[in-house]
Design a binder for this molecule. Sequence first.
Ligand code: HEC
Length: 176
Amino acid sequence: MQRRLTASLAALTMIALAGVVAAQKPADKPKVDEAAVARARKTAAMLDDVYKNAIVLITDKYVHDESDFAAGAAAVQLFKTISDKGWHNVRLLDATGDPFDAENVAKDQFEKEGITSLKQGKATVEQVVQKDDEPYLRVMTPVPVVLKKCIMCHPHYEDARPGEPIGAISYTIPIE
Ligand code: HEC
């Protein structure tokens, strides 16, 4: 009796353990180091602060009329240089449906869904992805109409609700 009980307890434990192992190993989710994801998330937040403050500062101090070189244009060039150098990938996107440059739009599903979420009020969206067997953190943050001056070149920004993002920055940061 005692042996049978022990045997069935052992069997039950095996089944329970098998369940735990199965739950920990979903076939389609690659393993990522959570501490490394947190570091990538912090890098994205730091870059976002640096880039946005630079764009606003340049617009405030150097852009006086429509013929001046726009901080948006400077950002697009800077982002391309930094991305080509391989530090991380970063793009400035339109969220209004009416971009200055047709290149500056959400290209894939993550970016398209990201724009929708940001417009619904989410502060940030993110996703861990694998590219060529390497993990990356994709992050999107909103760009609101921070200055009246923005409307000088993008008149339709006037239609945005207070705080509604008219653009977004899309990052792909290596998880290291
Ligand atoms: C002097 C004119 C000018 C001003 C002022 C300006 N922009 Fe732009 N913006 C542009 C131009 C030109 C582009 C296209 C850049 C490119 O693709 O090379 C652009 C691009 C953008 C984009 C990318 C989507 C698109 O429309 O192509 C966003 C988002 C953006 N600007 C936001 C802003 C914000 C926010 C402000 C205020 C802080 C601002 N802009 C002020 C001229 C301006």
